[in-house]
Design a protein around this ligand. Sequence first.
Ligand code: GLV
Ligand code: MN
Ligand code: MN
Length: 407
Amino acid sequence: MDHLALDVISLCRKLAGFTEEPGHITRTFLSPPMRSVHRELGARMEQLGMSVNIDAAGNLRGLYPARTPGARRVIIGSHLDTVPHAGAYDGILGVVMGIAIVEALTSLRMPFAIEVVGFSEEEGVRFGVPFLGSRALAGTLDDSVLALRDAQGVSVADAIRAFGLDPARMPEARLADNTLGYLEFHIEQGPILESLNYPVGVVDAIVGQSRINVSFTGKSGHAGTTSMKLRRDALAATALWINFVENLGVSTTGLVATVGRLEIEPNARNVIAGQVRASLDVRHADDSVRHDAVERMLKHARDLATERNLEVASEKKLDQSAVQMDPKLVSRMAEAVKSAGYPVHHMSSGAGHDAMILAPKIPAAMLFLRSPGGISHHPDENVLVEDVTAALNAGMHFLEQWETHLD
Ligand code: GLV
Ligand code: MN
Ligand code: MN
């Protein structure tokens, strides 16, 4: 498997060159470099005897046929989009590994077909709402999502049309009825496996997440002439609110809360900020703890606005429940890791994944690969060749187990 693992890594590095921003890795929903990724991966899939198509949500889909026609199918996938200034492995590694698994079969056919899916969108960068690709398979990419607009005013439906696809054909993107389940390989994006010195980890559950836009509106004015008492400074209020968000995250076990993006109007050194639009991302394994924390954060925003004579508004972009992976597949994955000769570690995921959208529809499993330095959503993101080998070995054992449990 080592040669395949080396190929996987060098292909991920090559695909990192398909970017919207020279010198960085940035690839958002249906941007021009996404077409180059489709072309490159589609050609590899075809060389392996897979039939390739792009569905109406822009997902790359390659089907490796089963031994017999009409057989059921297993999906292996992850996402092809990135955050701005990303690393080379978040998402795309899982797609390239799916193709490597097909290659490892060396033209042998399984009793089920293998569909490798490269999801078009998981990060939520372009439209503020994540998982557009996997929602198309789950059948939840509805008209309200298609109407969302990006910063340039382009809707999801328009972006799909501009890419040469037809949003009216979205129902055809749905999961085939005969799908047996879903497998996703992904870097851990955290430090746990490295601290244990384990190559891979079996994912039991994925934490829930809320994404909300919060805006404070006051009044802009002259920074030199407006007395401190008369100000309605939206940025000063936002700073206090961010501090509250962070403190609540720190003081609540298992909670993570992030304000990662601010848009400040007019954003000038000598002008009091009249409006700030902030993003809020809150995650916890227990949905009720997460909902309670979000309520407290929004209440604090309202209290600050009242104290400081500002207006505050919030818009919920995502309320994604925590999701369990399929218990049968989890225990088979643990068995597969063991049979491949590696130590078994069960863990939950703090990052969101396409698996959490598919898990309510079909049995889903995930295998994490150690992230050197725990680094992710950063250009220094990395993966070790021996860990890719371990994950491919475990993946092959996992598929063999599926062969004997075709239920
Ligand atoms: C996806 O990377 C996330 O933000 O969890
Ligand atoms: Mn990510
Ligand atoms: Mn990811």
